[in-house]
Design a protein around this ligand. Sequence first.
Ligand code: SF4
Length: 412
Amino acid sequence: DIVSDYLTSPLPRRRSVAVDVGGVLVGGDAPVVVQSMTNTDTADIDATVAQVAALHRAGSELVRITVDRDESAAAVPHIRDRLARLNIDVPLIGDFHYIGHKLLADHPACAEALAKYRINPGNVGFREKKDVQFGSIVETAIRYNKPVRIGVNWGSLDQELLTRLMDENQANGFPLTAQQVMREAIVQSALISAQMAEEIGLGRDRIILSAKVSQVQDLISVYAELAKRSNHSLHLGLTEAGMGSKGIVASSAAMGILLQQGIGDTIRISLTPEPGGDRTREVQVAQELLQTMGFRQFVPVVAACPGCGRTTSTVFQELAHKIQEDIRRNMPIWREQYPGVEELQVAVMGCIVNGPGESKHANIGISLPGTGETPAAPVFVDGKKVATLRGPRIAEEFEQMLATYIENRYGM
Ligand code: SF4
């Protein structure tokens, strides 16, 4: 049955209609795409270009920017041009709320420069107004041949739809809980809006759906329904996931379960930035989620033991951390210089108990000496012991061996 199937191995990917977002395919047979969003004022061209570039360098394959007023809409083509001059061709997605229809109509260069428009059906007006405003964005998308994401968010849910479903639930004697009604309203808001867009003439290969909520169980339930009731390409994301480890754990739990069921074509991990924190963290977490689940390979894996009472030295932790950081920093260049380097596996271990075994399984690994062990660190390359390092420069010497290994194995 489905539960035991997906617990033992990922279910086959749900068949969705692929959507071309500025040259990046989302859905169909394409791998799950990593995306992120800036938190700069889009009207501040310098800051936005710098952050888009940083997110892209970190591995974001699509980047969304807020387009909330005339000044930001006017800035979009300049941001696009500046990125092109930097040889950065990451597709930009415009995030529109309330007056998106007006901004797109008044700023044709913005409409052209963006690779996709995100519409929130919960805040494009009510009744006839909604039809006109939503329709206007969809018509712009058709005119410029752009896809849209219909992005429902429980915090700005279509209140008319929710009220109607609650009234129906009451009239039927409350067969559903309030939470179930809310989930159904979210799902219906996405599906009804998608249907409206298709009736206006937007192809299904131009529509991506998302339905973001802030609770893990709600997210799993809502996306399972969307997956069942449509074949639209799906963007996964837990909204207001939270800060630090809470946001990472909540997003990974929710999206991990959905991805394991074959659901999801692109993901964004929304983390509340720590003061002065690095925005690229959300890209790193999204990549790590996909990589640890075995869906994609982005960066070489550094396996490190957690440490325990058998080693009181922190040398191996520091070395493992430094290698991981160096790898991340070098990846943008390595991707071009060393094709396939993302498959590399490195092990940095703390003592003889698991050190040699784990190191043998990696492409290159080192087993540092634990407390009371002979101060010698055997290095294993492709399963064979090739050297034993000693003395105060073990870390530097191992890093040099790693660099040589990468050059020899992946250098063109
Ligand atoms: Fe502890 Fe050694 Fe295992 Fe690391 S490899 S966790 S130091 S027993």
